[in-house]
Design a binder for this molecule. Structure first.
Ligand SMILES: [Fe+2]
Length: 381
């Protein structure tokens, strides 16, 4: 190779690398993901994309300064290179976010790799480790797999990001596969059903407006389904409940996102407007015959067991069962999720709040059942 050729190759290499960690950079990683997907498609093989980021990087930077933060990014990058396989393509996606292309890797294998990295991160040695809130660096990991979760680079990045976001809202230090509420509904409704298309459209409107509501709706559906399972709710009733859980906040689509995400307390007018969302949502859903019962459940999801809720002040068993279930699931997820204006409660604090609200805000029977479910899952964690 001539000298200029060598230099050209070197420059090309530099353009693909992140100057701090020497891993691949964002633009190269994206471009490479496209190319690897093409190969996977041609070879009929699987591919997974993993996005991960640090849970407490801001704390570390603020406490020990940015040079220390940069050093941590480098140490972490070297650990990734050591722990991953030869063919894995590792990049710094930006800030403290990393992206990894796992060729020939299905979802199950990717989950295993994600867990391996999560554990290795807990053991990672770095300066000032003992002063971290949990005395270790923790990461959250999101995984999306081709072809199941996306067929092009943009879609796979989006679904991996969605999974990462889910790992974060599940109290961090977690590896999460992309999960779509539609998968479950698709089975029940059939993928061609027009109702599914309607629900999908409604959800994409909420999603575009307020990302929190989307992840939230899926969680509320998951919890509601667990409670329903324990209570023996089946068939059409279960389907109506699931649809309502997914769409219970649809009435917020007219509300200004600035109000939805406001850090300061709402003004009186803003609060009045916010309180209209059950009725607005119900009206919208009831227009569609097949979503009628979901509309009824939505209408009453902010009623309280003691009759002090809204919009109608119904009490006890006058409140539809589905609405009483969603009220518990909704509050629990809201309590355990971090939002722009509040910190997340941990599981035990949230359970305590549910117990406090039993008989007042919530149906005590449903609280009892839900706590049993949470205890059951806690044993596995
Ligand atoms: Fe609501």
């Amino acid at each position: 190779m001539t000298e200029s050729k060598v230099m050209e190759e070197e420059l090309k290499g530099m353009a693909q690398r992140d100057s701090l960690t020497r891993l691949y950079n964002h633009s190269y990683l994206k471009q490479r993901l496209g190319a690897e997907l093409e190969k996977a498609r041609n070879n009929n093989s699987s591919l997974s994309f993993m996005l991960l980021d640090f849970d407490n990087f801001k704390y570390y930077n603020d406490t020990f300064g940015h040079p220390a933060g940069d050093e941590l990014l480098k140490v972490f990058g070297r650990m990734l290179e050591a722990k991953l396989r030869q063919n894995d393509i590792i990049g710094r996606y930006g800030g403290d976010e990393f992206g990894i292309i796992l060729t020939d890797t299905d979802e199950e294998k990717a989950l295993e790799i994600g867990e391996r990295i999560r554990k290795a991160t807990l053991e990672l040695a770095f300066p000032n480790k003992e002063y971290m809130p949990v005395k270790a660096l923790t990461i959250s990991v999101g995984i999306a797999s081709f072809p199941k979760d996306g067929s092009d680079a943009a879609e796979l990045i989006r679904t991996a990001d969605e999974a990462l976001y889910n790992a974060k809202r599940n109290r961090k230090n977690k590896v999460k596969l992309y999960f779509s509420a539609f998968k479950g509904l698709e089975k029940e409704l059939g993928s061609e059903s027009s109702i599914l298309a309607t629900v999908r459209t409604l959800i994409s409107i909420i999603n575009a407006k307020d990302r929190y509501t989307y992840g939230h709706s899926e969680k509320v559906m998951e919890y509601s389904e667990m409670i329903a399972g324990k209570m023996g709710i089946k068939g059409q009733d279960l389907l109506d409940l699931k649809l309502a859980a997914l769409l219970h906040d649809i009435g917020k689509i007219d509300i200004d996102p600035e109000v939805l995400n406001k850090k300061d307390p709402l003004t009186r007018e803003e609060w009045e407007l916010m309180k209209e969302h059950p009725e607005r949502g119900a009206r919208l859903l009831m227009e569609c015959k097949i979503l009628k019962q979901a509309g009824v459940i939505t209408l009453y999801h902010h009623e309280r067991y003691d009759g002090k809720g809204y919009p109608h002040g119904l009490a006890g068993e006058d409140i539809p069962l589905g609405s009483r279930i969603i009220a518990v699931a909704d509050s629990f997820d809201a309590m355990t999720t971090k939002r722009s204006y509040k910190k997340a409660k941990d599981m035990n604090e949230a359970i305590l709040e549910l117990k406090k609200g039993a008989g007042e805000q919530f149906d005590p029977k449903i609280v009892e059942i839900f706590i049993q479910i949470l205890d059951f899952y806690a044993d596995f964690n």
